[in-house]
Design a protein around this ligand. Sequence first.
Ligand SMILES: Nc1ncnc2c1ncn2[C@@H]1O[C@H](COP(=O)(O)OP(=O)(O)OP(=O)(O)O)[C@@H](O)[C@H]1O
Length: 313
Amino acid sequence: MIEANGLTKRYGGKVAVDDLSFTVRPGVVTGFLGPNGAGKSTTMRMILGLDAPGAGHATVNGRRHTRHAAPLHEVGALLEARGVHPGRSGYDHLRALAATTGIPRRRVDEVIDLVGLGEVAHRRVGGFSLGMGQRLGIASALLGDPATLILDEPVNGLDPEGILWIRTLLKGLAAEGRTVFVSSHLMSEMALTAEQLIIVGRGRLIADVPVADFVRDSSRLTTRVRSPQAERLRDLLAGPDVTVTGDGTGVLQVQGLDGEAVGRIAARHGVTLYELTPVHVSLEEAFMELTRDAVEYHGVTGRSTAGVERSAA
Ligand SMILES: Nc1ncnc2c1ncn2[C@@H]1O[C@H](COP(=O)(O)OP(=O)(O)OP(=O)(O)O)[C@@H](O)[C@H]1O
């Protein structure tokens, strides 16, 4: 079990992690989700004792990570910046790591098999692809057979087969009763891998929810309605479980009523409709909506792109 209590980290005037508290339980994969710069890596580094929090603290199984007698057996970690000597083979890297922590040589062979690096284990790490490097990082994390795994963006650089492999691996490790905490900026990937989601933006906790609840809530149907009497229709549709938003152009987005219900209410009151369209929101869109205000650098998309084109013409 990982517990973060009021974790806070500042870099200069900038708050990277802001009073963050959450619990990661054993037995399920917990996804740590947030846009770039949300503070995921910084949080993981503080849990691992590699960065000192400005305030708050984190524990792994009730103790600060640095206080564990044999940290490699307690927590296995994959971080983005890996210190692997490029001239060394993957096998030698793992052997050296095992030797310094009293782990037997046969465990090195085991983890090499487990991550599928058997054929390339004796090649120089400098010639490894990104995906092979990720597999080597995961092998290092698994070396001490730890009860807790903390993995920062482990699917980075993996091909579809590698992504499927890691998904299965993480679920298997959690099913064995381990605590598995894995960061990502891809909602669609976490929906397939994790059972619990901790969502952060600009260093703050945005949501701590079971994936199933997030999927159920975000797949709620929205109905798009266009009418020359949009404001009147808006009043007619109002109800306790109904949300209606409009942008003043005669288009309404209705949540909580399907197209049939909207059509019936409109007909009953003689309101003309030009359009009635069911709109399904993807998980990724729901995630982006949730974290919209917490994104550091917005790209130029949608309407603003059109604006740029118009002003350039
Ligand atoms: N060593 C550092 N010095 C200064 N600022 C830092 C440092 N490390 C992180 N930051 C800043 O803290 C914020 C959080 O960064 P962090 O890397 O933890 O986010 P992240 O969610 O892991 O993002 P990404 O997905 O891009 O890795 C960012 O604004 C980043 O620029």
